[in-house]
Design a protein. Structure first.
Length: 105
């Protein structure tokens, strides 16, 4: 956890967090603005339309190459049926919409 009251230019902060030393609030906000503008320019290129060569962040420790949740691992149908077997029991008299409403509310 970063100490929010310590000056990012102090020797204590530099020794505890060398990768974040010197980056105060103004520098981080400026870096975020630069990252956003770089992304906007990239998004209008051919690489952006095919999600290739995403621009690197100017801030240290910020990896923009891969967002979390963009490549979930597939789950087998048998595993899904096992997970949801207690929630829904499909009968012949239930319609598909009723089963979906029961499952997702």
């Amino acid at each position: 956890m970063i100490c929010h009251k310590a000056d990012p230019h102090s020797h204590l902060f530099m020794s505890m967090y060398p990768d974040k030393a010197g980056y105060d609030r103004q520098a981080v906000l400026t870096g975020n603005a630069v990252d956003a503008l770089n992304w906007l320019v990239w998004a209008k290129t051919k690489d952006g339309s095919k999600n290739r060569n995403r621009p690197k962040s100017v801030l240290p420790g910020k990896d923009t190459t891969r967002r979390t949740g963009t490549a979930p691992k597939p789950t087998r149908l048998s595993r899904l049926k096992e997970l949801f077997k207690d929630r829904v029991t499909a009968r012949d008299d239930q319609s598909r919409d009723a089963v979906i409403n029961k499952l997702f509310g």
